[in-house]
Write a protein that binds this ligand. Sequence first.
Ligand code: HEC
Length: 130
Amino acid sequence: MTSVWHRAALGLCAAIAVAASSQAAPKVSFKNDVLRIFQTHCAMCHGPGGVGNASAGLDLTSYKQLRSGSLGGVTVIPFHPERSPLVKTIKDNWTSNKPGALKMPPTGSQLSSKDIDTISTWIKQGAKNN
Ligand code: HEC
């Protein structure tokens, strides 16, 4: 016989399993993780007075500025790193042979895969101001 308690216990186990799996990827913080990468690799051009800010209208020095996008439109689509223009410029375009594919940063080397992962995971987790 399946008692009410038995079913309640099964339900609880399922809830715990869901909670555990959603914690698989560590939470990424905008302030402590993502902004630090932008400050090191992007802000000299994508900040007040920078060339990337002047020509593309993209300021990467604060959450508010980042989410306000660029002249080209949105740069980050929450929960969808694979569709976010920002991720294209730091990741996909580096292996693309489409003429004119923007690679960021335009000078020097590509971001480390750890930094690319950090930014992608933050977007996947909802691109929060955290
Ligand atoms: C040396 C200066 C420079 C650096 C460093 C730089 N950028 Fe850029 N970025 C530019 C310029 C200039 C443009 C406009 C290029 C164009 O439209 O041809 C641009 C454009 C972009 C765009 C496209 C915006 C749009 O919608 O048109 C994105 C996204 C971007 N940069 C992200 C980044 C990220 C992320 C970093 C750091 C990893 C970075 N950039 C580092 C100069 C820079």
